[in-house]
Design a protein around this ligand. Structure first.
Ligand SMILES: [Zn+2]
Ligand SMILES: [Zn+2]
Length: 327
């Protein structure tokens, strides 16, 4: 619109018809940010002073409506999402459907803007973490590795994971888990990508293998850390970045908060691991990337940092590790 169009018209000019959009039915209200507790009561979002948040570990393919979740993510200020895809399951779906999920998210965000609910924000930047989960280690084969190599070649792939050991569930024999972990750790070295590690009741073996094969120079993320400070120090010493999910916000997780306070600045990440383990005050509900803001607030508080200060460091650490195309 030019400046002239804003000047009052003379009485002789015909009266302009009102803009068409006022005649349209009122659009359904959209909550921004979309937070309400189990009883439907509004929950105030933490204020990060405009600093963006990153969800460094999501399983978008496990959500009912990934496009809707990505729109919510953008509304909440979670502007970067790294989603996990397992080539022994249906990782191919993430690669084929991601563009559609993002288009759906953009369309929903455009609707918000049309309804004057919010200024239009873009859908989050999404990157893919590819790897065979320790549960599926018995499925790791030459064919799966071949498929994985093709996925790694996709520029949206930014890390190898989640790989590691899970001796709690033992869904695959432990020696098979160790072999798949080692092989994929070597792939990370070969492609100069960071690794995202899942360890459950297997930290000694995990550490031993990381030391033997070497921590990839592109980085190593210990994801969903939910234990105390003692164990954490051993991973920090070998150069791991530590990512915290919902458990850091749980009332009884004092030890996890103590651990979060000890990680050196710039080496803490925020994640959801959605759809699992929603943070307080949404514990027990389906988790989604938007909820990362509550986890981020809990970590900042545990570390005694201001929300914007912590968010800026966590954002920088996330993108430095997981945004492969970043120049
Ligand atoms: Zn995991
Ligand atoms: Zn996960």
């Amino acid at each position: 619109m030019s400046a002239d169009e804003g000047t009052p018209s003379s009485p002789s000019k015909p009266v302009e018809t009102p803009p068409v959009h006022v005649l349209k039915p009122k659009p359904a209200p959209v909550a921004v940010p979309p937070f309400a507790d189990a009883k439907g009561r509004h929950v105030a979002a933490p204020d990060f002073g405009g600093v963006a948040i990153a969800d460094t570990h999501a399983h978008l393919d496990m959500l009912d409506e990934p496009g809707f979740a990505l729109a919510n993510s953008a509304r909440a200020g979670v502007a970067f999402v790294a989603t996990v895809a397992d080539p022994s399951e249906d990782a191919a779906r993430t690669y084929t459907d991601l563009e559609r999920w993002l288009t759906e998210a953009d369309a929903l965000l455009a609707k918000d803007a049309l309804a004057d609910v919010a200024e239009q924000v873009p859908a989050p930047r999404v990157r893919i973490i590819v790897g065979v989960h320790p549960h599926n280690a018995k499925e790791f084969s030459a064919e799966v590795e071949e498929a994985m190599r093709l996925m790694i070649a996709d520029p949206r792939t930014s890390a190898i994971g989640e790989i590691g050991l899970d001796y709690f569930y033992d869904h695959s024999p432990r020696d098979v888990q160790r072999a798949a972990f080692e092989a994929q750790l070597r792939l990370a070295h070969e492609f100069e990508l960071p690794v995202v590690i899942h360890l459950r009741e297997a930290h000694d073996d995990g550490l031993r293998i990381l030391r033997a094969v070497g921590v990839p120079s592109a980085g190593c993320i210990l994801h969903c850390y939910n234990l105390g400070p003692a164990l954490l120090e051993r991973f920090v010493e070998i150069g791991c970045t530590v990512s915290f999910a919902g458990p850091v916000s749980f009332k009884k997780s004092t030890d996890v908060r103590e651990a979060a306070a000890l990680v050196p600045a710039g080496r803490v990440l925020t994640e959801t691991d959605c759809p699992f383990m929603a943070p307080e005050p949404f514990r027990g509900r389906t988790n989604e990337p938007a909820f990362t803001v509550f986890t981020a607030a809990a970590i900042a508080e545990a570390r005694g940092e201001s929300l914007p200060e912590f968010a800026a460091a966590a954002w920088e650490a996330a993108l430095a590790l997981l945004d492969r195309e970043r120049s």
